[in-house]
Design a protein around this ligand. Structure first.
Ligand SMILES: Cc1cc2nc3c(=O)[nH]c(=O)nc-3n(C[C@H](O)[C@H](O)[C@H](O)COP(=O)(O)OP(=O)(O)OC[C@H]3O[C@@H](n4cnc5c(N)ncnc54)[C@H](O)[C@@H]3O)c2cc1C
Length: 458
């Protein structure tokens, strides 16, 4: 069979998820033509690892960032050869270095790369036709949605005058707005999590000296990583009722028994998706309402280097973390006026610039040019009652009627909604390995069926 007759696997998105999937397919020597479609200038690195800033650190120690779950030292060995021979498993590396690692995997396999967007998708004669931004049509047998994280949703209505002023920056992940902020200008960051710290570090790196206010509903700042090993005891024992309250009580009880909170969180990590899926919809909603933010704080901890930076900024008063829910943003006297409320009442702040750092949006239906919106409108995929896409355990997506065609899959952040933990490398690498085996086996089956058909007389 010539390479062009092989089944075609199209991976939409060439960030960490798409790259790890293609890498696994290549290592399995899948009898398929694998095409990765992504308009980015640099393939492999995606949103998280395209940063060039040396102060943007991974929030997982080097020992946890291997591309291969069966070879936990893979990243460490690469680091020792290409970056620092003395590196230790507990060290936190700059995200840019992890980007180089992903690029090295890309270079190792050299997948076919179409540097364009997938605009839409339709089924024609049993195959999937992808309409590409460069005008081409790609006919695929299997399609994997690896489109990752989309920028934050608007937190409040923004007036047209504010939009055109260039003082409101709708996503802290854009690289383009830093040049618009001069060193002495005041800045408000909406959000007090990891993205806000990324933005603040990058501002300071660029020589910014102005005061910065970070604002979020709870006003909680991220927690620091410290050495801990996952607890050996069951944090949420088998048989615990599947309710948010019972999970919370079991967690609290294990802390009362002397388990360190970081160890408890790390021990829960591998079990978190089954625990989540055991909750019914009402309990999932209860968890999101009352516990999600607390969980995010203890789960998404920051590297010690970033924690030191944050503490120094807070202590010197150059960073002010406040509580408040933003209700309105507008241009007033040449500045951005932000109105917010707390239980105590309303208040307003003004600054030269406001940056939305509230993390990824999964409100696909509201996104102008995102492919998931198109797929939802066409009924090819469906949303869960909590947002995000509905998929089966192997990542295959179900359509609006609940039917699973078995040729459209999701990976990484695109499984959010069905899964609770699905955006970090430890989850993505496992999904990539499992999905590659499934796709490889499908290709073997398809090739066999095709050769049987040609062998049949008449
Ligand atoms: C700032 C940040 C820091 C993080 N730090 C860590 C960390 O330290 N450790 C950890 O384990 N995890 C971390 N994560 C989480 C995780 O590693 C990322 O979520 C992961 O990189 C997701 O990769 P992805 O390929 O799915 O998505 P992305 O990186 O978002 O890549 C998706 C790609 O899809 C492309 N795309 C989108 N739409 C289309 C389309 N229609 N057609 C073609 N291409 C399209 C985009 O151009 C993009 O390149 C971090 C995440 C973020 C956002």
């Amino acid at each position: 069979m010539s390479p062009s007759d092989r089944p075609l696997i199209a991976i939409i998105g060439g960030g960490a998820s798409g790259t790890l999937l293609a890498w696994n397919l290549s290592r399995l020597q899948a009898q398929a033509r694998v095409v990765v479609i992504d308009p980015a200038d640099r393939p492999a690195v995606g949103l998280a690892y395209s940063t060039l800033s040396p102060c943007h650190f991974l929030n997982v120690p080097a020992a946890g960032m291997s591309a291969d779950a069966n070879d936990p030292e893979h990243f460490l060995r690469w680091l020792r050869v290409h970056h620092d021979p003395e590196v230790t498993p507990a060290q936190f590396m700059p995200r840019a270095v992890f980007g180089q690692y992903l690029s090295s995997l890309w270079a190792e396999m050299r997948p076919e790369w179409r540097q364009t967007r997938v605009l839409s998708y339709q089924r024609v004669a049993g195959r999937l036709e992808l309409a590409l931004g460069d005008g081409d049509i790609l006919r695929a047998d299997q399609v994997v949605l690896a489109t990752g994280n989309f920028g934050p949703a608007p937190v409040a209505p923004v007036t047209p005058a504010l939009v055109s002023s260039g003082r409101y920056h709708p996503s802290g992940w854009d690289n383009g707005f830093y040049d618009a902020i001069t060193p002495e200008e005041s800045v408000i960051l909406i959000g007090t999590g990891l993205t806000s710290l990324d933005v603040l570090m990058r501002l300071r790196e660029n020589g910014h000296r102005g005061n910065v206010v970070a604002l979020s509903r709870h006003g909680w700042c991220p927690e620091r990583h410290a050495s801990s090993v996952p607890a050996k005891t069951e944090i949420i024992p088998v048989g615990t009722p599947a309710t948010a309250r019972a999970y919370f009580r079991a967690f609290r009880d294990s802390l009362a028994d002397g388990t360190d909170w970081r160890s408890a969180v790390d021990a829960l990590r591998p079990r978190i998706n089954p625990l989540w899926q055991a909750l019914d919809l009402a309990e999932k909603k209860r968890f999101r309402r009352h516990l999600q933010r607390r969980w995010d704080i203890v789960r998404h901890r920051i590297a010690p280097e970033v924690a030191d930076f944050m503490v120094a900024e807070l202590e010197s008063g150059t960073l002010d973390c406040r509580r408040g829910q933003v209700t309105r943003l507008r241009l007033h006297d040449g500045q951005v006026r932000l109105e917010a409320r707390t239980k105590a009442g309303l208040f307003a702040l003004s600054a030269d610039h406001v940056v939305n750092c509230t993390g990824p949006s999964r409100a696909y239906r509201q996104m102008q040019d995102a492919l998931p919106r198109r797929l939802l409108e066409d009924g090819e995929v469906r949303e869960t009652a909590l947002g995000g896409l509905h998929c089966l355990e192997d990542g295959s997506l179900t359509d609006a009627s609940g039917h699973c065609s078995g040729d459209l899959f999701a990976i990484g952040p695109m499984r959010w909604g069905t899964l609770f933990e699905t955006t970090a490398i430890p989850e993505i690498r496992k999904q990539a390995a499992d999905l590659a085996v499934l796709l490889r086996d499908r290709c073997i089956r398809d090739v066999r069926e095709a050769s049987c058909k040609t062998a049949l007389p008449g």
